[in-house]
Design a protein around this ligand. Structure first.
Ligand code: HEM
Length: 498
């Protein structure tokens, strides 16, 4: 007798034969009564769930944060309560535009989504490998993403749509410059930095608020591919990042990042020459230096990719006492958007899935719903609130200090008087000659087939960043080569060349 366990149905009954369907005669048709076959086929039909609407292709692993510096004067968040404290975490990396089966070595922003399983609930930082973003008003986000996904008619990615949108949205210049620089095509995700990007709040024990930005610096150093190198990699393997991350962790070569914060006193926000809640801007390090907080490493691969990485649900709404939001319009929209996406993608009780479940006690009054597998409450009479039966209570000791806001409700032009060029210029001027030429090459390559009118509009923005930027791209494009036929601006004509 084998000591292997007996295969069972999902209802727990032993399976006697998993090789042969139940048929009428050895050549005969299958019987309806073969419910094992039917169950197997029915389960298979339900194996796929919707992929994430963005950031579908991803790679993740588990690890641990260790606090190295005391920041308790800024935040009462318990995970930072003492130097040496360790908190388990999950980190999922991703590309933005590609579908679930996309190649890994593509030029794109990399997602950097962290879930800290703290003793006071899960804290998620759903960031990217860039400190800024393409748009600053959430009303623009679905349109922006449409330009990154497939054209409705050709079903191909559309450089025309991308450059049309970007050239009509100069607030994207900073992020576009990063995307087409060396950092836009990392060799893998062990060699990238992460950023919370938005401004959040830190709240200390005395109830004081500070504005904070989160930074994660890779301790592996930075590595990038040129477009040509990436094409060669994709020709060999579409899964180069998964191979790299999974393989390194399996081999015990655990990737590590140093965790820093930038902290701004609450009232400084009224004085900075830029809006500190504008997601297209960074805070200069000279004004707000990086403060070290800790180090984290990734040291465990998921045992089941689907259960633990695909079903992971991150949301900027997941904060813990001592950490709060800010007036950043983009952050405000994201606070709504992610949990809504999870309910659609994973179901009502997505937070009870093991990978998403907090590792601290959870006591709420939500009830029922599809696939409710929440444990029984200790007191079944306390199923509403307030109640007289000892149910969980609200806890005013965790109230946040009030957030000062003012102004008339209106749709304010977020571009009026906003400087979309200076920070992109500061970045461009950091690049050496080689970095600049690769930036020009990458932009020129990405503009193939784009109508001249759109190219010229974008060059106008590069000109305002730095004349050398526009001149470099123009020269690389060999603009004279754009023929009048390619230049019709007609969506139909252009669709053929996309
Ligand atoms: C994923 C919405 C901006 C980083 C997603 C998802 C949605 C979404 C619906 C899919 C969630 C899922 O199905 O699990 C939005 C909206 C935005 C926005 C409405 C702006 C208004 C941003 C920004 C960042 C970001 C600014 C980074 C700073 C990510 C990451 C993921 C993601 C990393 C993948 C999370 C994971 O690994 O599961 N976003 N997003 N998003 N977003 Fe955003």
């Amino acid at each position: 007798m084998s000591d292997r366990p007996i295969q069972t149905t999902t209802a727990g009954a032993p399976v006697a034969d998993n090789q042969n369907s139940l048929t009428a005669g050895s050549r005969g048709p299958v019987l309806m009564q073969d419910w094992q076959l039917i169950e197997k086929l029915a389960h298979q039909n339900r194996e796929r769930i919707p992929e994430r609407v963005v950031h579908a292709k991803g790679w993740g692993a588990f690890g641990e944060l260790t606090v190295t510096r005391d920041i308790t004067r800024y935040t009462r968040a318990r995970l930072f309560s003492e130097v040496g404290k360790k908190t388990p975490l999950l980190l999922r990396f991703s590309t933005v535009a590609g579908e679930l089966g996309a190649a890994d070595a593509e030029r794109d922003v990399r997602g950097f989504a962290l879930k800290f399983y703290t003793e006071e609930g899960n804290w998620d930082i759903v960031g990217n490998n860039t400190p800024v973003f393409f748009v600053r008003d959430p009303l623009k986000f679905p349109d922006f993403i449409h330009t990154q996904k497939r054209h409705p008619r050709t079903n191909l990615r559309s450089p025309t749509a991308m450059w049309d949108f970007w050239s009509l949205s100069p607030e994207s210049l900073h992020q576009v410059t990063i995307l087409f620089s060396d950092r836009g095509l990392p060799t893998d995700v062990r060699h990238i930095d992460g950023f919370g990007s938005h401004t959040y709040s830190f709240i200390n024990e005395a109830g004081e608020r500070f504005w904070v930005k989160f930074h994660f610096k890779t301790l592996q150093g930075h590595r990038h591919y040129t477009n040509a190198e990436a094409a060669e990699v994709v020709g060999r393997s579409r899964e180069s990042t998964q191979e790299d991350l999974f393989g390194a962790i399996e081999a015990g070569d655990y990737p590590r990042w140093r965790f820093y914060v930038q902290v701004m006193p609450e009232l400084d926000a009224e004085k900075t020459p830029y809006n500190p809640f504008d997601l297209t801007k960074v805070w200069p390090h000279a004004d707000y230096p990086l403060i070290e907080v800790g180090t984290f490493e990734l040291n465990r691969n998921a045992d089941n990719y689907f259960a633990e990485i695909e079903q992971a649900a991150f949301s900027p709404s997941n904060i813990v006492p001592g950490i709060g939001f800010s007036p950043d319009k983009m952050l405000q929209a994201r606070i709504f958007s992610y949990a809504d996406a999870h309910r659609y993608r994973l179901g009502t009780h997505y937070e009870a899935l093991p990978v998403n479940a907090p590792k601290c006690p959870v006591h709420h009054y939500h009830k029922d719903g599809a696939m409710n597998f929440m444990p029984n409450k200790p007191n079944p009479d306390a199923y509403y609130e307030p109640n007289s039966f000892g149910g969980p209570r609200q806890a005013p000791e965790f109230r946040e200090p009030p957030l000062g806001i003012s102004g008339d409700a209106d749709r304010y032009d977020h571009r009026a008087g906003n400087d979309d060029y200076s920070q992109a210029a500061a970045l461009f001027r950091l690049f050496d000659d080689g970095q600049r030429q690769r930036l020009f090459d990458n932009i020129a390559a990405a503009m193939a087939g784009v109508p001249l009118e759109i190219v010229e509009r974008q060059l106008g923005h590069f000109e305002k960043v730095d004349p050398a930027y526009a001149a470099g791209v123009r020269q690389t494009l060999r603009i004279g080569a754009f023929s009048s036929e390619a230049d019709t601006g007609s969506r139909k004509e252009n669709a053929l060349t996309q």
